[in-house]
Design a binder for this molecule. Structure first.
Ligand code: HEM
Length: 495
């Protein structure tokens, strides 16, 4: 028991170091090994040569769903129904991603209104702002704009609820798992889940009038237009209500069923130039295809996710087969064992990423930039055949060696939306604000293998006087092939 406690303490303090050591000693040599983790039971980390095999295993052999439900302590903290009927997965995968075009104007407006509030509109003086606060505000506002729309996405109570709900879910699961012995969970687990349930209830109260409106509108629709094309009036919330009304289980039909180093200064200028050029070329407001042409921004964000992977271990699956499982290296693991991949060491492996400790914003660019709009219904490789090759390296494309959104059946379905919003946010920040370059990159700290961002980090920003017009010169394709035509100068005009 004491040796297990010692292992947990070591994982808490040196989780990433343990991962790196195990990776070099075993994973790189075709052997699986056991990694202690304070978050759940000890987990078998697979070898790099096992990755293809791992992602091919069916759900009844290796299940990720069971692990997610167990890590969140679903029955106590949220609800088992969320895992039994994952309505949200289909809505995110299909409706949300398909409707990125019609959601874009609202998302851009939300980014700018939020930036005005957090970074101000003063063009004379620099303002010191907190990085984490900015990103939290922008993330929750833009996601809420896309999911529930106006006016709720600007309702402070609703937004705080959303943040507290997410924190309550993570903390509730942690308390339940770490502090409550199995026998006490049925009695006390619901107490650990109380904060999460409370914020869920408060959110429902705020959402109820909108849900009711959508239900009435859907019920009054003529039967032959039960799923009309929405175009610019697309609403994610309406589609969630629509899907829940069709659900075979009557309980789900109720409205309550919803359940290192800083980059070189020149790169910042180049990402700004790229945004200005793309916007100019698209002759107007941002569109989905314009955002898809932000190649350098795409590559730089993907590189940032490679270098600063949030979770060091990932894609955790539980062995479901009663008879256990034999790994490709011949080792046997019994039913109930957790298997996973060491994300951080894979992202820092010289074999997959030459110069792995360098932050290289151009790493994923090819000479001819050709990242096209991603079709979420196909995998990167299929899409690449249709249009071009570099989509394989696009921000939302997962692979066996780019795992920030995981990979395979349970890869993050929100990644197309997240990639779109992240690129838009970066572009709008740079087009509208000057940002003082920091000599040193503020670093986060790892607790076990989880990255806590540098919570106190600040940057100085100032609203740009000039909005954008771009004087262009004939193709000056840089060595990275960043742009066919390069924005040369940013002067007056309007974004
Ligand atoms: C930069 C932002 C994001 C990152 C880095 C990210 C990362 C991930 C990762 C690593 C997983 C796999 C978890 C596991 O294996 O247990 C995941 C799953 C998931 N993500 Fe995301 N995510 C992001 C944004 C989003 C957004 C915006 C949404 C919703 C709109 C979303 C919805 C989901 C869902 C529903 C799953 C579970 C999928 C399943 O089990 O099949 N994510 N995400």
């Amino acid at each position: 028991m004491f040796s297990r406690l010692r292992a947990y303490m070591r994982d808490y303090k040196q989780g990433v170091q343990i991962l790196n050591e195990g990776y070099a000693k075993y994973s790189k040599h075709g052997r699986a090994w056991v990694s202690p983790t304070i978050l759940c039971q000890p987990t078998v980390m697979l070898a790099t040569s096992h990755i293809s095999w791992f992602f091919k295993q069916p759900e009844d052999v290796l299940s990720n769903k069971v692990v997610q439900a167990s890590l969140l302590e679903a029955p106590y903290v949220i609800s088992d129904r969320l895992f039994e009927n994952p309505l949200h997965n289909d809505i995110i995968r299909k409706d949300l991603t398909r409707n990125l075009e019609s959601l874009t104007p609202g998302i851009v407006e939300e980014i700018n209104v939020s930036l005005d509030e957090v970074w101000g509109t003063d063009t004379e003086t620099w303002r010191e702002v907190k990085v984490l606060e900015t990103m939290q505000k922008l993330a929750v506002r833009t996601a809420s704009r896309a999911l529930v729309g106006l006016p709720l996405c600007r309702n402070e109570v609703y937004l705080k609820n959303a943040i507290h709900h997410a924190m309550g879910m993570a903390l509730g699961g942690l308390v339940c798992r770490l502090l409550l012995p199995g026998v006490l969970k049925p009695a006390l687990g619901h107490v650990a889940g109380l904060p999460c349930r409370y914020f869920t209830w408060r959110s429902y109260r705020l959402l109820a009038p909108q849900i009711k409106q959508h239900m009435e509108a859907i019920e009054n629709e003529p039967s032959d237009t039960s799923n009309p094309e929405k175009g610019s009036s697309y609403s994610t919330l309406e589609n969630i209500v629509r899907a829940s009304l069709k659900h075979p289980d009557p309980r789900e039909r109720s409205p309550w069923a919803i359940t290192e180093r800083p980059p070189e200064k020149q790169y910042v200028e180049r990402i700004r130039d790229e945004a200005a050029t793309v916007l100019q070329e698209s002759n107007g407001p941002w569109t989905r295809s314009a955002v898809a042409r932000l190649y350098l921004a795409d590559s730089a964000i993907r590189e940032s996710m490679r270098c600063s992977t949030v979770g060091g271990r990932g894609a955790i699956h539980e062995v479901m087969s009663k008879e256990g499982l034999t790994l490709p290296d011949g080792q046997f693991v019994p039913q109930g064992t957790y298997l996973g991949l060491p994300f951080i060491p894979i992202h820092r492996d010289e074999e997959f990423y030459p110069g792995p400790d360098e932050f290289d914003p151009e790493r994923f660019l090819e000479h001819k930039p050709s990242i096209a709009i991603l079709d979420p219904e196909k995998d990167g490789a299929d899409r690449a055949d249709e249009k071009s090759v570099s989509k394989k390296q696009a921000l939302a494309t997962t692979s066996e060696t780019f795992l920030a959104f995981s990979h395979g059946r349970h890869a993050c379905p929100g990644r197309f939306f997240a990639a779109h919003v992240l690129k838009l946010t970066l572009a709008e920040m740079l087009l509208r604000y000057d940002i003082q370059h920091l000599p040193e990159r503020p670093v986060g700290k790892y607790i076990s293998d989880f990255m806590e961002p540098p919570t106190k980090a600040t940057i100085s920003v100032r609203r740009r006087k000039a909005t954008i017009s771009v004087r262009r010169r004939k193709a000056t394709t840089s060595s990275s092939g960043l742009q066919a035509e390069k924005a040369e100068e940013i002067v007056n005009g309007n974004v």
